[in-house]
Design a protein around this ligand. Structure first.
Ligand code: HEM
Length: 81
């Protein structure tokens, strides 16, 4: 178990811009990916998931079904839902 804070969906949804921070959720984890947005190989498309779950988008873009993508995501974890 981790000692990271618990966030509500409401709190996550308030972080959907570079100004306010870009947060996403994945399998119950909350991630602040603000610093990764400019490094994303898929460009600004990543902002479509801002403030919500990445799963629906990753289901469409199967390039994310790789361990190294989860390794990257894990470095941005800030909490749990
Ligand atoms: C590619 C990470 C969200 C669209 C990639 C790659 C990484 C990555 C590491 C390169 C994979 C590889 O080629 O081995 C992430 C992370 C995300 C995220 C950490 C969320 C936190 C999204 C979203 C979309 C998206 C929400 C679309 C709505 C794409 C596309 C590519 C890509 C289209 C392929 C780019 C290309 O090769 O031309 N992403 N992604 N990504 N991503 Fe994302």
């Amino acid at each position: 178990s981790s000692s990271l804070p618990i966030f509500s969906q409401e709190e996550v949804s308030q972080h959907r811009s570079l100004e306010d921070g870009v947060w996403v959720t994945f399998k119950g984890g909350v991630y602040d990916i603000t610093q990764f947005v400019s490094m994303h190989p898929g460009g600004d498309k990543i902002l479509m998931a801002a403030g919500g779950a990445v799963e629906p988008f990753w289901a469409l873009y199967a390039v994310h079904n790789q361990e190294h993508v989860l390794d990257i995501l894990s470095t941005y974890k800030v909490g749990e839902l």
